[in-house]
Design a protein around this ligand. Structure first.
Ligand SMILES: NC(=O)c1ccc[n+]([C@@H]2O[C@H](COP(=O)([O-])OP(=O)(O)OC[C@H]3O[C@@H](n4cnc5c(N)ncnc54)[C@H](OP(=O)(O)O)[C@@H]3O)[C@@H](O)[C@H]2O)c1
Length: 287
């Protein structure tokens, strides 16, 4: 049995599907099991892994656990310890490519993600472990740009030449399934990226190609983006970290790895692949 935390998320849902498709017994953990809607054969259980006492019973019989750093948050050390005591033999952590960067340059920490702690907890657990270090997910285009693209054909965003090695979360999920089911990644921290470093402007071009819309990129200042984030109700610390990251890395090429292709035996999905498969989310007036 494999327990997946964060099972309804961008990585968790395709991970559960990939494990089930490969014949593994999967237990999907969610805070809201009634609306979770997983494939037949998946055991869906309710609990909140950020409060490990609510999930003790769900670790029963689990030989491996997928640790989603957002879902578990600050409790990840306690959760890993509980998993060990319940007889779990393997932990696969969802961390991030930037876990070793200054915490000030890790924006998602300010919404509670604990990628560095998640990796450290897996590594210190005494169990078999793998830590996945994905780059920025391609699906970030939705929360960042979906609202603007529902209102019109323009993306107002800074740093058009800033590159991301954007990775499809479905690729992260498939690598996660591999790490849970096979032994070749044990003790490794693979950095998972898409096949290219793609600029913000090129991402918008890819969305235009995928949707057939005449999208325009309007270069705005970091000051403008701070105001945009304020209007979206984002915490000021998150905004400051986002801007600091743009300022720190603008002009550098995002590092691309071949880990996805080497592990899965097929090329990583490009941002354009992701955009084509999600074009319906970027139709004017839909988001
Ligand atoms: N986005 C990126 O570009 C990126 C890049 C690299 C690494 N990461 C890391 O990947 C992790 C996120 O993975 P993901 O994209 O699969 O997450 P996600 O889509 O946000 O899903 C996380 C799941 O965890 C549960 N959850 C529990 N507490 C939550 C909370 N406070 N906020 C949101 N969800 C919560 C939710 O499930 P229920 O409601 O069903 O319980 C949710 O479906 C984060 O640690 C992030 O730092 C993200």
């Amino acid at each position: 049995m494999i327990l997946v935390t964060g099972a309804t998320g961008a990585v968790g849902r395709p991970l559960v599907a990939a494990l089930a498709a490969q014949g593994a017994e999967v237990r999907a953990l969610t805070r809201d099991p009634d609306s979770a809607d997983f494939p037949d054969g998946v055991e869906v259980v309710g609990g909140d892994p950020s409060r490990p006492d609510t999930v003790t019973g769900h670790l029963h019989g689990a030989r491996a656990v997928f640790l989603n750093s957002r879902a578990i948050g600050d409790a990840v050390g306690e959760f890993a310890d509980l998993a060990r005591r319940k007889g779990v033999r393997r932990l696969v952590a969802l961390a991030a490519y930037n876990v070793e960067h200054s915490l000030a340059l890790q924006p998602s920490r300010y919404i509670g993600d604990r990628n560095r702690e998640c990796e450290a907890a897996a590594e210190a657990s005494g169990l078999e472990w793998v830590s996945l270090r994905p780059d920025v997910y391609a699906n970030m285009a939705l929360p960042l740009w979906g609202g603007q693209l529902a209102r019109g054909d323009e993306v107002a965003w800074p740093c058009p030449d800033f590159t991301e090695a954007a990775v499809d979360p479905r690729d992260v999920a498939e690598v996660g399934a591999h790490a849970l089911l096979h032994d070749d990644l044990l003790g490794r921290k693979p950095v998972l990226t898409g096949p290219e470093a793609i600029s913000h402007a090129a991402m918008v071009d890819a969305l235009a190609e995928a949707t057939g819309r005449p999208l325009l990129y309007r270069d705005v200042t970091l000051f403008d983006i701070a105001e945009q984030f304020d209007a979206m109700g984002q915490p000021p610390e998150l905004t400051a970290s986002f801007i600091a990251r743009f300022a720190a890395f603008d002009g550098r090429q995002a590092a691309v790895t071949d880990e996805v292709e080497r592990i899965l035996g097929r090329p990583a999905h490009s941002f354009l692949d992701w955009a084509r498969d999600h074009a319906a989310h970027f139709t004017n007036g839909v988001v």
